[in-house]
Write a protein that binds this ligand. Structure first.
Ligand SMILES: [Zn+2]
Length: 378
């Protein structure tokens, strides 16, 4: 199945088994940079490394057996489906004892990783999802209007209309007066066509709630068309497409480029606003240790992370507070447990508390603050 929605991620994030542990498997399968054979080798290495790690884990027999079954099923996936697998990345989520199995095709390569944990490791999915926006590409000429939905580098035509607008008056006509009258008549038709198209765009928006609108039309019509758009649409208008793009893959390429530039801009602005808040000693913190502290006390408003940043850490089994290196929970006075990736735990903790998580692609201004930061509530 393709990774295609926030709901998919939320369902996985919400998966809990009272007694069992889960397996999350991520593989970079980007064939632009690697051969099929290299992908197969990384798959095997990752699996073998997982088996060794699992043998050494101090878990009860039932939990261990379920994880072993997960690895066996992943190994079968490797022989049966991996050779024909197309996609930049593969994610597998499994919990044999609870009958969970989900393999996903990712539009971006994740880092190779295999996690055993109580909850599924969904952070790579969130980080990928955060890169994309739901875009509506609206293409318009004198007779026709077409709409495409673009999401995660896929394009789909969603609607189109045709209007009966008479062609342009090419000559002056037999009398100047007559020609002007015809022009006005055509303008009225054209205006009607644009108006219809603008209304249709709003209807489509009400249905699919896209984040951004990219408009492709001739420059001479642009201001007319824009002025006819509903204010909700005008504030989502973020990109200009070439008016003559007809082939969907061409529109997709153009839109993806604009999206990439807009995202880079947005991330840079986020990192910048965090860094200026930090520099003036405002409502923000940086560094993993400080962020974990503020997350434990529920003071965080937005968590800001560098993509793919990971670090070992510790968790209190009683209150679930997160620590970088405290061997004993200062609140409960019990021994903390080691976790493979405390950044992953912090994302889960944030999601549980309904705290938004934003990502920044390295290198960025965030690097000098320990790759992680947060805006605080107060
Ligand atoms: Zn505790």
């Amino acid at each position: 199945m393709k990774l295609s929605s926030q709901t998919q991620i939320q369902t996985l994030a919400g998966f809990k088994s009272e007694s069992l542990w889960t397996t999350s498997f991520f593989l970079d399968t980007d064939k632009r940079l690697k051969t099929k054979k290299e992908v197969a080798v990384s798959f095997k290495n990752l699996l073998n490394e997982g088996r060794t790690r699992l043998d050494a884990l101090d878990l009860n027999r039932v939990r261990k057996e379920s994880l072993h079954q997960d690895l066996e099923k992943i190994a079968r996936f490797g022989t049966q489906r991996l050779p024909s697998f197309n996609g930049a990345g593969l994610a597998i989520f499994a919990c044999h004892g609870a009958k969970l199995w989900q393999d996903l095709t990712l539009p971006r390569p994740p880092r190779n990783h295999l996690f055993f944990d109580r909850s599924l490791h969904i952070r790579p999915l969130l980080s990928i999802r955060d890169e994309y926006h739901r875009i509506c590409a609206f293409l318009l000429n004198r007779q026709e209007a077409r709409w495409y939905e673009i999401f995660m580098e896929e394009i789909e035509r969603i609607d189109s209309i045709r209007s009966d607008v008479p062609g342009r008056v090419r000559e002056g006509g037999w009398k100047g007066y007559e020609s002007k009258r015809i022009e006005r008549h055509i303008d009225a038709h054209l205006h009607e066509h644009f108006k219809r198209a603008a209304q249709k765009t709003f209807e489509l928006f009400k249905k699919s709630r896209f984040d951004w609108l990219f408009l492709g039309c001739q420059e001479e019509y642009r201001s007319d068309v824009e002025s006819l758009l509903h204010p909700y649409l005008r504030e989502r208008l973020k990109g200009r497409l070439k008016p003559n793009s007809a082939a969907p893959d061409k529109i997709l390429r153009e839109a993806t480029e604009i999206e990439r530039a807009l995202r880079a801009e947005k991330e840079a602005a986020l990192a910048q606003s965090l860094s200026s808040e930090l520099e003036k000693g405002g409502r923000a913190v940086s560094s993993l240790k400080n962020v974990l502290g503020k997350l434990n006390t529920a003071e965080i408003q937005t968590l800001v992370l560098t993509r793919n940043f990971a670090k070992e850490g510790r968790i209190c089994p009683k209150c679930r507070f997160l620590y970088l290196d405290s061997l004993r929970c200062p609140v409960c006075q019990v021994k903390t447990e080691k976790v493979q990736d405390i950044v992953h735990e912090s994302v889960h903790a944030a999601l549980d508390k309904k705290i938004p998580v934003r990502y920044v692609t390295p290198p960025s201004r965030l690097d000098r603050y320990g790759k992680i930061g947060a805006f605080l509530r107060y």
